[in-house]
Ligand binder design. Sequence first.
Ligand code: FAD
Length: 318
Amino acid sequence: MAEENSIEHVKCLIIGSGPAGYTAAIYAARANLKPVLYTGMQMGGQLTTTTEVENFPGYPEGVTGPVMMEDMRKQAERFGTDIRFGVADEVDFTGSLHKVRIDGEKWIEADAVIIATGATAKYLGIPAEEKFKGVGVSACATCDGFFYRGKDVAVVGGGDTACEEATYLAGICNKVYLIVRKPYLRASKAMQEKVNKTPNIEVLFEHNTKDLFGTDMGLEGARLIYKMGTPEEKEHDIKIDGFFLAIGHTPNTEVFKKYIHTDGQGYILTEGRSSRTNVPGVFAAGDVMDPDYRQGITSAGAGCRAAIDAERYLTERC
Ligand code: FAD
């Protein structure tokens, strides 16, 4: 660890610059907590990777993700948030002052820390996913399903999330293929029944996605392999406009796991409806603690809660 006298002290440290981090910053700054916010590698968070956002209240005509996040940044700065570029790569939460290392060199000690580091969607790893991201490929049916209304789409995955996304899309789209690697669904019985009862979902068991194809205008289809690696192996194409990944997310919690309790998937556990973690003075907000909703607006709401919890914690300590 760095020399004690080189450690900067801050009242409220926010890690992450998505909707959760920026909203926490707006509230913390207005409560005079003088927040310092580190952006991480992806300034503005996941929404900077998408085009239209149509479901965030306050933008009746919609807004692009990057513009919305720039608006949030400006709002956080307007009230005095000190926004810095840097990645938290080590923490020491053993004392009453919480120590966080930035970019492998600078240590900061904070009275309160708000973790808002988000979660990263898992992709299959085929090059075409990158090519069609935003023009056919998405990891969020709730976010992007509306853009495919009346069209044919596919969902990849066999768990609860995949079944949920498939049934959600079935209500918007013409047809939904559910591409499942195994000969069965991993989802709960109730979710499986829901899928089976939905007439416009076709489950393609024992299928793997080999490739995606289309033009510069967008996705046109997927090449699938049936019973890959067996003598019955066969390739065929499906025509689709949208390809939705539902094979899980990785919460960005690796740095904190030594001290902060997480669930089996790595999401931070918080107490009841609060943002409090198991370490007093350390709070969590947004996708990093929310395996269920993972939306811009829910993350912003969680950021608000975390800043209020941090303010109350600091007031009680005085
Ligand atoms: P994130 O937005 O994931 O931000 C996490 C932040 O933490 C980033 O700034 C990152 O740089 C930072 N970070 C990570 N690790 C570190 C570290 N070690 N140190 C410092 N900083 C770190 N939601 C909607 O409501 N509407 C939509 O239309 C919509 N569309 C979407 C489209 C796509 C393609 C995707 C991927 C998601 C979409 N979402 C949408 C979901 C939405 O983006 C997320 O729910 C939301 O961004 C989560 O906010 P967050 O603040 O919790 O985390």
